[in-house]
Design a protein around this ligand. Structure first.
Ligand code: NAP
Length: 301
């Protein structure tokens, strides 16, 4: 399979790039502002730029669209920018895919739901309550109506190894390693289904191999709020007494964008079609990542 991954310098895209290569596919991945050794430049907001990688000549059968503006509060405050980075960006990706005769994989979110009664199944009715969620939902519809056999994968609370270590779990691990005394105020009333970025890549590989289309939810069996996820992460760092967590109500956090509270996803369709596929848990990830860092430290001393 020949695949072009837009946003391969990010968390989800970098895992897709690595996994698809390992599996023997011909893959190219792109960055926009964060240059990496393994990616080429491509900006979805400037589809006609000479600097862009020549996707049409590469001739992908699939374009994985991970490019996004993911800061939910920033999107709320900057609606036009959010529209451009989610809707306009996706429209350009669809046009590119049509030109290449490629299918599109679009990565979406549980923020398309209102969070009144999660976790959500694929056939639950979306009802986004913030700008980011509204634009993601519109982008899903755009992909599904304009590119034949497109795939929408909804995920939430993605964690895993990444070059910039920006995800929630990675940031707590960094604080622990850097021994920065800090008290994290975390909401106890925002629930979701954290998922390992590598599992998204593994699931996507299977779905693409089987030429699946439509909407799929991807999630492990973990269902937790931010406080639980933070505490679970800290439990792997018993020496990190300099870090603490203060559980707070979402209303006291004054986040610009309203959050879906009882969110998360149920992977009903995927689990029915692939009953033997095993998703990793947060514990699997934390135990393997802490073992790796202990052995790196021991080798250094
Ligand atoms: N992370 C989560 O918890 C989560 C949850 C639900 C859904 N999602 C969705 O999953 C997808 C991937 O998210 P992620 O966590 O991997 O995000 P990420 O780490 O922030 O990566 C975003 C990627 O998009 C690229 N990008 C941004 N603007 C671009 C543009 N104009 N043209 C081309 N590339 C551009 C970035 O490139 P540079 O960094 O090089 O500029 C980066 O490679 C997004 O659609 C996001 O909405 C993520």
């Amino acid at each position: 399979m020949k695949v072009f991954i837009i946003g391969a310098s990010g968390l989800v895209g970098s895992h897709c790039l690595a996994h698809f290569k390992e599996q023997g596919w011909t893959v190219k991945g792109s960055h926009c502002n964060f240059t990496t050794d393994t990616t080429c430049y491509y900006n979805t907001l400037q589809p006609h730029s000479d600097q862009n990688f020549d996707v049409v000549s590469f001739g992908p059968e699939v374009i994985v669209h991970c490019a996004a503006l993911t800061n939910v509060d920033y999107c709320e405050k900057n609606e036009k920018e959010s529209y451009e980075n989610t809707l306009e960006s996706t429209r350009h990706v669809c046009e590119l895919a049509i030109k290449c005769g490629a299918r599109v994989v679009y990565i979406s979110t549980d923020y398309v739901f209102d969070g009144n009664s999660g976790p959500y199944q694929e056939n639950d009715a979306p009802n986004p309550i913030n700008v980011y969620g509204k634009h993601k939902f519109l982008a899903e519809q755009l992909v599904r109506t304009s590119v034949i056999d497109s795939l929408v994968l909804r995920v939430t609370n993605v964690y895993g190894d990444e070059a910039r270590g920006k995800n929630f779990v990675a940031r707590i691990i960094q604080h622990c390693h850097q021994k920065q005394p800090i008290c994290l105020k975390l909401p106890y009333d925002q629930f979701a289904t954290p998922i390992n970025a590598n599992d998204i890549a593994r699931a996507m590989f299977i779905l693409l191999s089987d030429k699946k289309a439509g909407i799929y939810h991807l999630a492990s069996t973990d269902y937790m709020n931010r406080v639980e996820l933070g505490r679970r992460t800290l439990s792997y760092f018993p020496d990190a007494e300099f870090m603490s967590i203060e559980p707070v109500d979402s209303t006291t956090m004054k986040q610009t964008a309203t959050r879906p509270l009882v969110g998360g996803l149920l992977k009903v369709k995927f689990a029915t079609e692939y009953p033997t596929f095993v998703f990793n848990s947060v514990d699997n990830y934390l135990s393997s990542t802490t073992k790796t860092s202990i052995s790196i430290r021991e080798n250094k001393t």
